[in-house]
Design a protein around this ligand. Sequence first.
Ligand code: UT7
Length: 383
Amino acid sequence: MALSAHIVGWGCYLPERRLPNSELEATLDTTDEWIRTRTGICERRIAADDESTASMAIEAAKRALHVADISSRHVDLVIVATISPEFVFPATACLVQDAIGARQAAAYDISAGCGGFIYALAQADQAIRSGSSRVALVVGAETLSRFVDWEDRGTAVLFGDGAGAVVLQGTEMPGGILGTTLGADGSGVELLYVPAGGARRPACAASVAERQHYLRMDGREVYRFAVRTMERSTREVLAKVDSDVSQVSLLIPHQANGRITDAAARALGLDRSRVMETLEWCGNTGSASIPIALCRAVEDGRILENDLVVLVGFGAGLTWGSAALRWDKVPAAPPSMLRLQYYRARYRLAAARSWSRRLWRRLRTYARARWGQAVDPKGMGDL
Ligand code: UT7
């Protein structure tokens, strides 16, 4: 029977340190009023020196596994969406996989801009539907404060750090993730990117002096793209799952700018009470923004059983994506007694087989030594 991927656990982590707009007023040519009215952001969280993308991802992952009540031994896939990875390589997901003890899991990162979490969710969903995974951990994590040019008022006021994670479990029960859509337009690469530090322009004294390792953005263009894309992608995924906007209980968009969210909600005809926002207190946390907002929505009781929820993201690349899901937390079922007995019986049978083979080999060796070559009464050859 076909499997569906259900969100059975969620968790997020935000660093302790708050950076309010008032503090930015002291170092940048900006005002609290400008930031609030043009973006909706009041404060953002900044990672401590001993925190990083991996450490926050690990914390969020542990919290999500705790809610799911699933041991990390059962996780068979770990995907981390991030644009501020721990290293150029290897993947941050490998650090998470090791730290949580998911020994059976494959692990890799996805870099798809701030919408990366939707890409990761779509991949995990496909892995579960195809039967190649049963329990997947999907994390969005960023330490964007380390890539922001703190002298550039156009970007420094926007971004924050944090991580969010969900645990997906495949079950025969229909529901969970109903459908996803993804898209990209690579012609917009330079609208939002970090110019140096990659293969095109490796780090050197000049690139550092020119501040090329910091994020660069054409805010206005990204803004226009975001408004267009959020509406289109939301409608696309709803059409794919035979639903429409009137059935959506909650829209959880990537948290980039309150005005973008407003414009998208207006275009969709959605009342603001049906749109989740976390921007005010954590800013734009990149790939982490959707899972953090999802976590908050569940904890605040804004998502109830059977609700139709749409997640929609966009970002550097340019990329976009959306996911429609039916909220139905499936309790993580421990293996039944019957299944445990079946596993034990299979193990005993395998052990007995291997024991009998060893015995047969010994007997044969003994017989050959004693009576010569012509001993293979059952015709079993070399086992
Ligand atoms: O996660 C996905 C990636 N990011 C985004 O989605 C961001 C998308 N873009 C935006 O959210 C908005 O474009 C911004 C918040 C970045 C900028 O808002 P805007 O209303 O589009 O402002 P603008 O770029 O059109 O600039 C208007 C003015 C400019 O001054 P002049 O040229 O008109 O004199 C800017 O220099 O505002 C100025 N400005 C600021 N003023 C005070 C830009 N940043 C600031 C600032 N404080 N922090």
